[in-house]
Every structure is written in C-alpha cells, then in structure tokens.
Ligand binder design. Structure first.
Ligand SMILES: Cc1ncc(COP(=O)(O)O)c(C=O)c1O
Length: 432
C-alpha cells in the first residue's frame, strides 16, 4: 500500500483514513458568508462512491472479528449507499448479500446494487426506511434475521455502534489533520446520524469550542439518504444534545443549491450535499471561522430524479427559437421578387416543405414537394454546392427546412420570405 504513488494490493486498501483522506475543496462561488470559509469534504472519493463506504467496512470488519459472519448471508435495509458499500466489500471478502430497499429510491441505486451482485428486495416504504413499519425495508430485514438467525446477519447501520465509530476513527481525524486543527464548525446531513455522531464527538474532544451543525430535510422530502424531523425521532443514533444547531432545508433549497454546486463550482455533488450547503448558509450567517461540510455522494446516482421536472426541455426550445431567428437574415432569406430573380439565374431546386394537401392547393411552378419531416430522408442532389430554395406557406417552416439542409451540408440554401402566399400577393403565378 502506497498512498503517495497510490498503488494498492486490493481495492479495500483505498479506504479513507487520516493517511489517505477524502479531499477538502473550498467553495468559492456559492458562499455568501463574509466571515466563514466553507470547505466541502468530497465523500464520493471513497472506493465505492459514498460516505457510507466507511461504516460498511467498519461494520463488516467488526462482525468478522466477532465471528458473526461465518456461513451467513448479509442482509441490510438501505437507501442505497450503505448497500452499495456493503455489496462491494462483501464481494472482496467472499460473502453474499441481500438488501431490502424502498421502491422509492432512485433506479440508478437499484441497478448498481444488482450489478454488484446483491439480491435486491424492493418493498413499499418511505424514501428513507421507516423503522416502525413491519413490511418496510427495516421490518423485512429484521424479521428475516429473527426467523433465520443461522442463515442471515444484519449489520443494522441504524443501531450499530461501528457506524458511528467509523467516522470517529477516520472522518473526524482526517478533518482535524487536513485543517491543522483550524476547523471551527462541521455541517452534516442527518440519516442514520452515524456521520455526525462520529465526527462531532471526535472533534469536540479535540476542541470543545468546535460547533456541530445538523441539517435535515422537510417532511415528505425527496432527498435520498437523509431523514426529516419525524423520521429522525425513531433513529437510535440521533443525539440532538450533541448538535449546536439543527436546521431544516426544503427540497427546493437543496436542489437549487445542488444545481449551483454543479454549474458554478463544478463540484459534482448530489442532492444531500446541496441540502448541507443550504443548511450551512442558514446556520452560519453571524459566525466566523472555517466550516467543513460533508458531501455524502455525487450526482451520478440521481439523474432519473433530475430528468423528471424537465420533460418539456425549455432550453432546447429556446435554442431552436434563437437559431431560427438568426437564420432569418439577408444572406439566407429572400423576398418573393428577389427570389424570382435568383431562381431564374441560378436554377435552384425549389423545395416546398408544406404538407401534400397544402401543396396541392397551389405551389410555385416546378417546386418539388418534400414535407419538412421527410426532408432528412428524401432523395436530394449529391452535390452539396447545388443551389436550393425552400418555400412554405408564410416563410416560417422554410427556415427550419433551410437549417435542416444546411445541417446536411448544403452550402447554397435560401429560404423564401412570406412563403407561397407572399409569392401570390406579389402577383406571381402558382400551379395546382
Ligand atoms: C446520500 C446520503 N446523504 C447523507 C447520508 C447521511 O449519513 P448518515 O447515515 O451517517 O447520517 C446518507 C446516508 O445514508 C446518504 O446516503
């Protein structure tokens, strides 16, 4: 194992530690606080892509040490990340794993879990599993273990002290070392509360003035991996006495900030990281110092969540409107009288891009009818220098025809302004 050259004998040696910390990156553009520097700790640099690789390794190492795993299959309820960490580590160590998940978690997480070889049992549950539901992810995993104790071992991240200890022995010491003890605040989202508990306890032992800020989402939220106030009340590792402030963040605030992190900082953070930044800004407006924010995972596992509100794709529509406006210039469009002169001189192929019915009611003599949607597959001149004029009813679709032909490589394309109706108004003949 060599952390300088980054050469390893197996992938587990990549696991984060004070000698091999995940990166701390300063937030430069989204931080409006005058007296607090914000540093993001990018937990997707863990070997299997999230903060949960740390407790996954700690829980399995502890279970192995205590002889709890031999001959057993691992079973764990998860909102995705713990399951991914456990499944990858189980593969290295030679164990089988079943994960129970809420059907509401992103498809990407289910797919990755299956791809890693985990048996995925989907159940009806809240996004973050509800510990009080006997048919939810936690309930099903618990009853499976109870009914078949010799066949299954459940690490149970929600109650397992090794979850918290993983952060007490790695994440906390990393932050202390990376900031040379200058850290004044840590800001952490609440899920099982292992991350905040482990880091918070370690750092307060180094300097009791360090403040621990907890951030949680609103009720009925859509931020995978974290828990609302009500969901937290039933979480065993939840320890509000340790937190100096607790802030709530709405879905909108979290997703807006996630968007800004990706677009402005080029930090490819996921939704719960957006939530943490939004919470930090609320909590630290009158504070001073250096705050470390835990960014649990990156955006890649949430693309299906992002696609939903954008189905109409307004950006593409706007770009298209801009393009057609730009194409309507004096080099590429002509009024009917100019067009007539150009046609007599250059003998272009005249393409009428209207429907067959509109064409049949009257078209410029010699014009070939190729409706717009057929243009890309029509038989057209081989020679890309061949002059072409596009015509329609009023001079709008012909611009789209012009753009299409230009995209196909035709260099001498003109679109006729005002269309066939303008041609008739100018006193020129049409045929039927
Ligand atoms: C994306 C994401 N954010 C935040 C957390 C919260 O971490 P913890 O469970 O240690 O409270 C998790 C935990 O599953 C997570 O998956």
């Amino acid at each position: 194992m060599n952390h300088i050259l980054r050469i390893y004998d197996n992938v587990l040696e990549l696991s984060a530690s004070p000698e091999n910390p995940t990166p701390l990156v300063k937030l430069n553009k989204v931080n409006p606080l005058p007296k607090v520097e914000l540093y993001a700790k990018l937990e997707w640099y863990n070997p299997f892509g999230s903060v949960k690789d740390r407790p996954a390794l700690a829980m399995l190492t502890e279970a192995e040490k205590n002889g709890l795993l031999s001959g057993k299959k691992i079973i764990e309820p998860t909102s995705g990340n713990t399951g991914i960490g456990l499944a990858a580590i189980a593969n290295v160590k030679g164990y089988k794993i079943r994960v129970t998940v809420s059907s509401q978690i992103p498809e990407e997480k289910k797919t990755i879990l299956r791809f890693l070889g985990a048996e995925v049992v989907e159940v009806a549950d809240t996004l973050c599993p509800d510990p009080n539901s006997p048919t939810g992810a936690i309930g099903v995993a618990k009853s499976t273990t109870k009914l078949m104790p010799d066949k299954f071992y459940m690490p149970n991240q929600y109650e397992n002290h090794a979850n918290l200890l993983a952060h007490y022995t790695t994440t906390g010491p990393e932050i202390w070392k990376q900031t040379s003890g200058k850290v004044t605040h840590i800001v952490v989202g609440l899920g099982t509360c292992g991350t905040i508990g482990g880091i918070g306890r370690f750092l307060k032992e180094q300097n009791r003035k360090i403040k621990v800020i907890a951030v949680h989402p609103e009720e009925n939220h859509h931020i995978p991996g974290v828990r609302s106030k009500k969901q937290l009340e039933v979480t065993k590792l939840y320890a509000p006495e340790l937190y100096d402030q607790i802030k709530e963040v709405s879905d909108k605030e979290a997703y807006d900030m996630c968007n800004r992190l990706n677009k402005e900082e080029s930090i490819i953070a996921g939704p719960s990281s957006g939530m943490v930044v939004a919470g930090a800004i609320k909590a630290l407006s009158s504070e001073e110092g250096l705050a470390v924010l835990i960014f649990p995972d990156n955006i890649f596992k949430y693309t299906s969540y992002l696609a939903k509100p954008q189905q109409t794709n307004p950006a593409a529509e706007q770009i298209f409107t801009e393009l057609t406006q730009l194409a309507r210039n004096s080099y590429t469009t002509m009024n009917p009288d100019e067009a007539k002169t150009w046609m007599e001189k250059e003998k272009p192929l005249v393409i009428d891009v209207r429907s067959q019915e509109a064409y049949a009611q009257g078209h410029i003599s010699g014009a070939k009818n190729i409706p717009l949607q057929e243009l890309m597959h029509a038989s057209l001149p081989e020679d890309r220098e061949h002059p072409i004029m596009t015509v329609c009813q009023r001079g709008n679709s012909s611009i789209v025809g012009l753009l299409t032909l230009q995209a196909m490589g035709y260099k001498k394309v003109k679109s006729m302004n005002k269309g066939t109706l303008g041609w008739i108004e100018a006193g020129f003949p049409v045929e039927k």
